[in-house]
Design a protein around this ligand. Structure first.
Ligand code: NAG
Ligand code: NAG
Ligand code: NAG
Ligand code: NAG
Ligand code: NAG
Ligand code: NAG
Ligand code: NAG
Ligand code: NAG
Ligand code: NAG
Length: 504
């Protein structure tokens, strides 16, 4: 999303926590100055949760995890970061929820729209609680149901407007007004129709993780199967090359910006760079919402491999749609083979390829990225291809790695090359077993919240200034990582070397 540069710009601003309650401050504003009593560690981080009356969803299970973690963590500053970050999605982003209608609308932070990608990740840290907290599980099911509706109607789009039942007004996206997109979309339902393959993976991931924890298959309704079928259509269409054997143009989707829209016009009639057909699935924009350089994004394809397998597993487990499950496994295998066959050279994964021999060796800041391949469950952190690629990504050989006196990590053209994202340090932690590396990344993040105790989009390597005061996904990802350390490396962060798993 290009909406997050610096402070709140004039467009598409969400009303903030518990919109409609006049006494509740706008969270974008609230998040830009320290609130509450500082934590007792050297960083003295503020308490940034909104007032209870302004929170958009309450969960006693979530409160218990916060208490459990605070009691165990040895560093009060890390405890405070967790306390602010873990509940951020529920505290601030549930704009609409009606269990009877089975619909929920979750905003990304200060833009009042629902991104498939963000939503899937915003709830990841609550996963283990879904079996014990019925109300929270009902909320996640309602998110899945709302997204099934979006995906079955507009499988190429990534960000959406509130469901009509909510009575919430759609948000005008100034950057989408002059965009020409095919197939065309209705801006009462779609906020932005950039096609990003990982958005579809996120929908699959949310569905699978919900099922795996709850064993409730009731979300697999007609709408949901329609969405799956649309995802298969996209996979097929986007596996086709730019030209057939006679150089006829093959285009199922094209997107181009006109005057006034933020992104520039896109080459080749809005199709982007020409491509071959190596068995990978093309994307048009990156997970940062920036235009892809080459269409085959390795990490998004890796995520697709994993999520198609998960889809097959939950369908088999629920005893449903065997043909869909078989198709999912077949696609997963084809794509996996193509990743290993066409993106790897000397054990180094390319970030993007075109299936014709060109490759772009780099990594971008958020997820899915190459650095996050183990987090995505595509490979093991000890795999030689990950070890070699990771070493390159965290060096000058990755053009978007940067290091300065305040901060270091991987950035991207979305902000710029000298503003790495804390999310890249989180991915780095998921990708290593080395205690020293983990602590270095953890404290790079903790030391660089501009004293605000929340996780931001990007941080300047030169002066520690940041972008996006309210970014729910980044907060979720941070707390998911800390919960992972709680079970994987308790001695590193806890007073006692005893693993902790929420909900157990
Ligand atoms: C959450 O609980 C507080 C009381 O602690 C209440 O004022 C608030 O309305 C609740 N929020 C929701 C969405 O129910
Ligand atoms: C939820 O939706 C149902 C059906 O539209 C409606 O009757 C009910 O009033 C709604 N509940 C709330 C709390 O808005
Ligand atoms: C939808 O598009 C029309 C025509 O460009 C524009 O006037 C309107 O403001 C847009 N509405 C939203 C919610 O984006
Ligand atoms: C754009 O995509 C549509 C299908 O959505 C297709 O009919 C049209 O030919 C494409 N145009 C170009 C220039 O690629
Ligand atoms: C699976 O079978 C159903 C029912 O026959 C059919 O509607 C659907 O298109 C099939 N899906 C796939 C992926 O084969
Ligand atoms: C890689 O490509 C070669 C040649 O196209 C093929 O024979 C081989 O089976 C492929 N390997 C995998 C793992 O897909
Ligand atoms: C990774 O591989 C190593 C060695 O094969 C194994 O010991 C370890 O359990 C694996 N880790 C994960 C997370 O699968
Ligand atoms: C974080 O800040 C502390 C001082 O408060 C410093 O000792 C430590 O080296 C810093 N860690 C990193 C990784 O920057
Ligand atoms: C950036 O680093 C400088 C020098 O280490 C420090 O004085 C400053 O407070 C840092 N800025 C932020 C926003 O953390």
């Amino acid at each position: 999303m290009k909406f997050g540069l610096g402070k709140a710009v004039g467009l598409a601003v969400a009303l903030g926590a518990a919109a409609g309650q006049a006494q509740c401050p706008d969270f974008t504003t609230y998040a830009q100055s320290p609130q509450g009593t500082p934590s007792e560690g050297p960083l003295g981080l503020p308490y940034m949760r909104p007032d209870p009356a302004c929170r958009t969803f309450n969960s006693t299970a979530v409160e218990k995890v916060i208490d459990d973690m605070k009691a165990r963590l040895k560093d009060p500053d890390i405890a405070r970061l967790f306390e602010n970050a873990f509940p951020n999605t529920l505290d601030t982003t549930v704009k609409y929820f009606n269990a009877t209608e089975n619909l929920a609308f979750i905003i990304t932070g200060y833009v009042s729209a629902q991104w498939l990608r963000d939503t899937g990740n915003q709830f990841a840290q609550y996963r283990s609680l879904l079996s014990s907290d019925k109300e929270l599980a009902t909320l996640v099911k309602a998110v899945i149901n709302n997204e099934a509706r979006y995906v079955s109607q507009y499988p190429y789009c990534g960000a959406f407007q509130p469901p009509p039942e909510s009575g919430l007004a759609p948000t005008v996206n100034g950057y989408a007004i002059d965009v020409i997109v095919n197939p065309p979309v209705d801006n009462q339902t779609v906020f932005e129709c950039k096609y990003e393959l990982d958005s579809l993976c996120s929908f699959l991931k949310l569905s699978s993780s919900y099922y795996q924890t709850t064993k409730d298959s009731s979300f697999m309704n007609t709408e949901w199967f329609n969405a799956i079928s649309q995802i298969f259509n996209v996979i097929w269409e986007q596996s086709q090359p730019t030209f057939d054997a006679d150089f006829n143009l093959i285009s199922y989707y094209n997107w181009t910006g006109g005057a006034g829209s933020l992104s520039p016009a896109v080459n080749n009639g809005g199709n982007g760079e020409p491509r071959g057909a190596p068995g990978l699935v093309a994307t048009h924009h990156r997970p940062s919402d920036d235009l892809s350089t080459f269409p085959f994004l390795t990490p998004a394809n890796a995520m697709l491999v994993v999520e198609l397998d998960n889809l097959a597993s939950i369908l088999d487990d629920a005893g449903k749609a065997n043909n869909v499950s078989q198709q999912a496994r077949q696609y997963s295998k084809t794509i996996s083979d193509a990743i290993w066959n066409s993106t790897l050279v000397n054990n180094i994964f390319a970030y993007e390829t075109n299936g014709l021999g060109s490759r772009y060796v780099m990594d971008d800041a958020n997820v899915p990225s190459l650095l996050s391949l183990p987090y995505l469950d595509f490979l093991n952190i000890t795999h030689p291809a990950y070890v070699a690629t990771r070493k390159l990504l965290l060096s000058r050989q990755n053009p978007y790695f940067a290091k300065g006196k305040n901060f270091s990590g991987i950035g991207g053209p979305h902000v710029d090359a000298w503003n790495p994202w804390p999310m890249s340090q989180i991915s780095a932690i998921f990708g290593t077993d080395d205690d020293a590396e983990i602590l270095e990344s953890l404290y790079l993040i903790a030391n660089n919240t501009a004293g605000l105790g929340l996780i931001h989009e990007s941080v300047s390597i030169y002066d520690g200034s940041y972008t996006r005061p309210w970014f729910a996904w980044a907060n979720s990802y941070f707390s998911e990582m800390l919960l992972d350390l709680a079970s994987r490396k308790p001695g590193l962060i806890f007073k006692e070397n005893k693993p902790y798993v929420p909900g157990q």
